[in-house]
Design a protein around this ligand. Structure first.
Ligand code: HEC
Ligand code: HEC
Length: 231
């Protein structure tokens, strides 16, 4: 009786998505140094309250999101991705014309040695999250015109209200996107723009029901921004 209950509980834990193999050396690093701020397994309840109080972005689908080379580099030399950290409203203050980032409340991210960064990145890449979260092969890889891309990003689709396409410009309530091509997998970028709430049910990025050519154009633009180093 007891044994079957334990088996059922274990089954439930594994059904939530790929778990870390016990022999993965990076798994130990994640458990010891990272889970105080990051979820490495899908939380049972994805409430709004959890989103507002979590101390760092979710990492349980890191393997479907990041480029490994970026992870290895960033974990050794972390630089800010979200201009207002986590969570946004806690790190802005009133300015003359608009809210400004309150730098004094932002703290530096933990830094790892090269060996630990490599091990942690391996462990993170094994966390691919629930099936179907990201549509594989969705981005077709066509080159896009940067001026058309910028017009859609800044004006027509309003992305710049929350994101910056260039250091120091654009909105601060979402992650910067000028290094997104280095950081993120193309299909993740596409899937996020298509349906943000599928990835994070309470995230404040609007679902715009964009047409396919729009999704391809914006994904291509964001990827190319990185190649031109946000200039
Ligand atoms: C004190 C809380 C805290 C701890 C501990 C911590 N992080 Fe973070 N982490 C954050 C915050 C906050 C951010 C968002 C930083 C930003 O956007 O500039 C972040 C961002 C990240 C990102 C980028 C995520 C994304 O979606 O952009 C990765 C990867 C990451 N952390 C990995 C780790 C690893 C691996 C460890 C353990 C070695 C760790 N973190 C420990 C708070 C933490
Ligand atoms: C109202 C604010 C808002 C608007 C408008 C908005 N976003 Fe977002 N976006 C967000 C937030 C918030 C996140 C996720 C934050 C997090 O993970 O911490 C996000 C995440 C993303 C991501 C994933 C980035 C990452 O590092 O995980 C991409 C790509 C993206 N947005 C592109 C766009 C594009 C393209 C548009 C315009 C069509 C747009 N966004 C409009 C707020 C916004």
């Amino acid at each position: 009786m007891k044994r079957s209950l334990i088996a059922a509980l274990l089954g439930a834990a594994f059904a939530a998505g790929p778990a870390l193999a016990a022999d993965n050396p990076g798994a130990g690093i994640l458990k010891a140094q990272c889970i105080s701020c990051h979820a490495i397994a899908k939380p049972d309840s994805m409430t709004l309250d959890r989103l507002w109080t979590r101390k760092g972005p979710d990492l349980y689908y890191a393997g479907s999101k990041f480029n490994k080379a970026w992870l290895v580099k960033w974990l050794q030399e972390p630089v800010r991705i979200r201009p207002t950290g986590e969570f946004y409203t806690k790190h802005v203050k009133a300015g003359d014309k608009e809210d400004v980032v309150d730098e004094s409340t932002l703290t530096a991210h933990v830094k790892l040695s090269k060996a630990d960064a490599e091990a942690a990145a391996d462990a993170l890449m094994a966390l691919t999250g629930p099936d179907g979260l990201v549509t594989k092969g969705a981005f077709k890889g066509d080159k896009v015109s940067m001026s058309m891309g910028a017009m859609f990003f800044n004006k027509l689709r309003g992305c710049a209200a929350c994101h910056s396409a260039k250091p120091g410009s654009g909105g601060v309530s979402g992650p910067e996107l000028y290094t997104a091509g280095e950081r993120l997998q193309p299909d993740y970028i596409y899937s996020y723009i298509k349906d943000p709430q599928k990835i994070d049910p309470h995230i404040w990025m609007p679902t715009l029901n964009l047409a396919e050519p729009d999704l391809q154009r914006l994904t291509g633009y964001i990827l190319q921004l990185s190649a031109s180093e946000g200039k």
